[in-house]
Design a protein around this ligand. Structure first.
Ligand code: MP5
Length: 220
């Protein structure tokens, strides 16, 4: 069994939990409160923006055959920011001076440190996990929704054929990298896969419940 199928099988329950998240279910049903969806929109805008340096850190480590794809993805993330900006403007969501929440800061730092100090294979695993998580999460919304959402452009973005092809390519390449990796490196890739999945779930939790640094200031 390839690395990707192995990990998805091993963490099947957790992966399903992510796809069944109340944030996604409320979005599909069209009952998600605006402030709750805005939490996600504002935080994910910062996340995508900070994922650009993550990709930049991967490029010098990437095999030649990956350089073009990773570079194009980097440009793609810049274009994706325009989608966030357009949707925010249309729905009155303020994107200025967004402070990343503890969860978002943690996930961003996890991406950056993995790309900077770990082998390329570990960084690539984290990239795959995040993209696959978004494909499956938004597919869960798309397949459950009965009417068009006010947030449809986001749903369509991460469920498009083009996005699916990109995630499939990442998965196939990840399988190849894992095949060539030593047992120790493969183990590390498996750990990063689980870390990434946990951050993805935590990101939905954060958007759903709201989260801020103010709670850190509260004395126990
Ligand atoms: C993605 C994202 C997908 N936007 N946000 C999180 C928390 N995880 C994954 O990345 P992209 O660049 O939007 O395809």
């Amino acid at each position: 069994m390839g690395f990707v199928s192995e990990q998805l099988k091993k963490h099947e329950k957790l992966w399903q939990q992510m796809c069944d998240h109340p944030f996604l279910r409320e979005t599909a049903a069209g009952i998600i409160p605006d402030d709750r969806f805005s939490n996600w929109l504002r935080q994910d805008y910062v996340f995508v923006r900070e994922a650009i340096p993550f990709l930049a850190l991967l490029i010098p480590k990437a095999p030649l055959a990956h350089r073009k794809s990773i570079s194009e993805t980097l440009v793609g993330f810049h274009q994706e920011l325009e989608l966030f900006e357009k949707m925010a403007a249309e729905h009155g969501v303020d994107l200025t001076d967004v402070v990343p929440t503890p969860t978002n800061r943690g996930y961003i730092n996890f991406l950056l440190t993995t790309a900077a100090i770990e082998p390329y294979e570990a960084g690539f695993t984290v990239l795959y996990t995040g993209e696959k998580a978004y494909l499956d999460s938004w597919m869960a919304v798309k397949s459950a929704q009965k009417s068009t959402s006010k947030w449809q452009a986001f749903i369509d973005h991460w469920t498009s054929d083009g996005f699916r092809q990109w995630v499939d390519w990442l998965g196939a390449e990840l399988d190849l990298l894992a095949e060539q990796a030593s047992p120790a490196l493969r183990e590390r890739m498996a750990e990063r896969f689980l870390d990434g999945l946990r951050y993805e779930i935590q990101f939905w939790n954060m958007a759903y419940q709201g989260e801020s640094w103010e709670s850190v200031h509260t004395q126990i």
